[in-house]
Write a protein that binds this ligand. Structure first.
Ligand SMILES: C[S@@+](CC[C@H](N)C(=O)[O-])C[C@H]1O[C@@H](n2cnc3c(N)ncnc32)[C@H](O)[C@@H]1O
Length: 403
């Protein structure tokens, strides 16, 4: 019966109905696939962390740079892995190959398959023994090579995938139901900046992630933003260990830089030409300069704390003028989904927003342009201009005196 009624319905269906049906089937397929994708989302970052820890990207980078061998098999990579203790056990290159295949599926490495012998009928393992797979870095994978100069996103993965930061997410739902204690404090009994101060391992992990992130962005920023040209003394508020100022002063040697951060942070900073390190508390006062740079700092704080920081920035500028150069993710006023490569284009600023909710103190968030304008107006800045946006980070200028 069911088959007959289906046939009748099917015969009577207009082309338009068929189109509708097939498009709704297609939409269901797309939606189911996207939902399944989410169930396995975290596996990619966990796998990427493992590959970084093993040093796979450095091995592939070395091979890519050699004239003779551009790609390596899992076995060849395994032979180069550094092991703390061998204990007479063998490295499992089969596990490594599975890791590489997953990374190839998200275009972090590329896979080439060569047939090295005829397949044996009925032998299910023959695919692995008769096909040789080799791997090379893709342009995305190059971002995870840990380089001497620090231009790498590997430390950001190592931080985000570390248990200390992941544990904060265990307490995200509890914080929604009761916001009196922040997720990170629920997880660790103290704020993230306090934990950085108390635990040198976490401090190092965090500072390395911040510096790497800053280097990658600053390199892109310096090509697109030219507002440092007329600055003589630039103060980087919450500048961590000075990675941003090092690049700015290298491009603009006439600039004298002051890297301002908490005393325990500047104590571990390397030295850079023309960059002075000053330890202090931005909620009390900020060293004077004719411009202030503040990147990824306001998003750590609620509006009240941001106003205190911005008031201190305002006071640190010359009364005749000067500007605060703010670099943060600027959120859209509404979520307009954009599609690319068959999926939704990720709005990375919104991911960062939730990371701030998990890691930082209550009220920490990414903001819309309107929210930045409100903060600046209350503090007394004459104007706010969005100058440029690179990826999901924007540069805003808060000017002290109207032009
Ligand atoms: C998210 S990190 C951003 C670091 C850097 N600007 C960057 O973009 O890579 C925030 C920085 O603010 C610093 N910070 C936190 N509280 C501070 C305070 N009270 N005074 C000065 N700096 C502070 C932290 O030590 C950290 O380096």
């Amino acid at each position: 019966m069911a088959t007959n009624s289906y046939r009748v319905a099917h015969t009577n269906a207009t082309t338009e109905n068929l189109d509708k049906q097939s498009s709704s089937v297609h939409q269901n397929d797309v939606a189911r696939h996207a939902a399944l994708d989410l169930t396995l989302y975290s596996v990619v970052c966990g796998t990427l962390k493992a590959a970084i820890e093993l040093g796979v990207f450095e091995i592939l980078a070395k091979a890519g740079a050699s004239a003779s061998q551009k790609s390596l098999t899992a076995k060849e990579i395994a032979e180069q892995l550094v092991r703390p203790t061998a204990n007479g056990t063998a490295v499992n290159s089969g596990y490594l190959q599975r890791i590489l295949r997953l990374l190839a599926s998200v275009n972090i490495v590329s896979e080439s398959v060569a047939v090295v012998a005829a397949a044996e009928p009925g032998n299910f393992t023959s695919y692995n023994t008769h096909h040789q797979r080799s791997y090379a870095l893709t342009p995305i994978g190059k971002y995870f090579v840990q380089a001497e100069d620090g231009f790498s996103l590997a430390p950001v993965i190592l931080m985000g995938e570390d248990w200390v930061f992941k544990k904060a997410f265990d307490h995200l739902s509890a914080a929604v139901l009761d916001d009196s204690v922040d997720p990170f404090v629920r997880a660790h009994g103290k704020s993230q900046f306090q934990l950085n101060n108390d635990d040198p391992r976490v401090d190092k992990l965090f500072n390395a992630a911040m510096s790497s992130h800053a280097r990658i962005y600053m390199e892109a920023l310096l090509g697109a933003y030219h507002g440092f040209q007329d600055v003589n003394c630039l103060v980087d508020v919450g500048g961590c260990t000075g990675a941003s100022l090092a690049l700015i002063t290298a491009k603009y040697p006439h600039i004298r830089g002051i890297n301002f951060d908490l005393p325990h942070v500047v104590a571990t900073a390397p030295t850079y030409p023309r960059v002075e390190f000053v330890g202090g508390n931005m909620f009390e006062s900020i060293p004077s300069g004719d411009a202030i740079f503040i990147k990824s700092v306001l998003h750590n704080w609620d509006d009240e704390h941001c106003m205190t920081i911005l008031k201190n920035c305002f006071k640190a500028l010359p009364s005749s003028g000067g500007k605060v150069i703010v670099m943060e993710s600027v959120l859209p006023d509404s979520i307009n989904l954009q599609y690319e490569n068959g999926g939704v284009k990720p709005m990375l600023g919104l991911r960062l927003d939730i990371a701030m909710l998990a890691y930082s103190s209550g009220g920490a968030k990414e903001r819309t342009l309107h929210e930045f304008q409100q903060l600046a107006n209350v503090v007394g800045f004459a104007s706010v201009a969005l100058i440029t946006t690179i990826d999901f980070f924007s540069v805003l200028e808060f000017t002290r005196v109207a032009a």
